[in-house]
Design a protein. Structure first.
Length: 283
């Protein structure tokens, strides 16, 4: 019994004991009857008082038939005739046990999850299904097995969120008949054989190496295009080669250890090129 029941029981017993004490001298048999009657009245009243917390509802069955739903707060029931069942209406959490499932491409995986739900209709949750929490857990487990069995391993790893939504939709459709409301279903762990993990790791490494090789090849291609464009510019522009030469000399730095020797002056090279072009033109 709760504290309120104890207080009511003790209070009635105190009043009854005081009345029996007053009758003890005048009529001892009457005093004894008052004391016995007080005990049973106190016990009856204390048993009739039920306190439901803010998140609880009281489903009352009278002689085995559904009577009403009471709560929260102070509720009165008839002892012996009524049976009171407390139902928690807060969001409840149930674990979907880890189970082994064969995917569509015949890969064995172990998967588990968690279900968040609440009791929307306490009378339906008590009357229409036995142990609604256990029923919810088992149905979610079976639905998860069916959904995962229709997917490949790649889909299972990439679409974890959509799997939870699909399982949630199927479970919510059935649990609505039980007076339950599914808030969310999450997939927690997906465990695969060690050999498959190693193969996936090697595949990921190969993919990274492939991307690195492609990136390097694209960089070499861009560099070659830029060099070809620079060579074309220097061939068509008379002063471009001289500017490039001066830039190279400037980049060597002013230190004494760097010595630059230009064997042929740039003017002489241009004169030779002009003579060669004029000879080709005359020929």
């Amino acid at each position: 019994m709760r504290g309120v029941n104890v207080v009511v029981f003790v209070g009635i017993m105190v009043v009854g004991s005081a009345m029996a004490a007053l009758l003890a001298n005048a009529s001892p048999p009457a005093a004894a009857l008052v004391a016995i009657g007080t005990f049973f009245v106190a016990l009856f009243v204390a048993a009739a008082i039920k306190i439901a917390d803010q998140w609880e509802r009281l489903v009352v069955l009278r002689l085995g038939k559904f009577s009403t739903v009471k709560g929260p707060g102070l509720c009165l029931v008839v002892p012996i005739v009524d049976r009171a069942i407390f139902v928690d209406t807060r969001i409840l959490t149930l674990d979907i046990p880890k189970q082994q499932v064969i995917t569509k491409d015949n890969v064995p995986v172990s998967i588990n999850g968690v279900v968040y739900f609440r009791v929307l209709s306490p009378d339906d949750a008590i009357i229409k299904v036995q142990h609604f929490g256990f029923a919810m857990s088992q149905y979610a487990q079976a639905t998860l097995r069916d959904v995962v069995g229709g997917m490949t391993l790649d889909q299972l790893l990439a679409e974890r969120e959509s799997i939870g939504k699909e399982v949630e939709t199927a479970v919510e459709r059935e649990s609505a008949n039980w007076g339950l409301e599914v808030s969310n279903i999450k997939i927690q762990d997906i465990d695969m054989p060690e050999e498959l993990k190693k193969m996936m790791s090697r595949q990921a490494s190969a993919e990274r190496e492939k991307r690195a090789t492609i990136t390097k090849a694209e960089g070499d291609k861009d560099a070659a295009v830029n060099l070809a464009a620079a060579a074309t510019t220097m061939a068509t522009s008379p002063g471009a080669m001289q500017l490039r030469t001066l830039q190279t000399i400037d980049g060597l730095g002013p230190t004494a250890s760097n010595t630059v020797v230009i064997g042929i002056p740039m003017e002489l090279m241009q004169l030779v090129r002009a003579l060669s072009e004029s000879r080709k033109a005359s020929a």
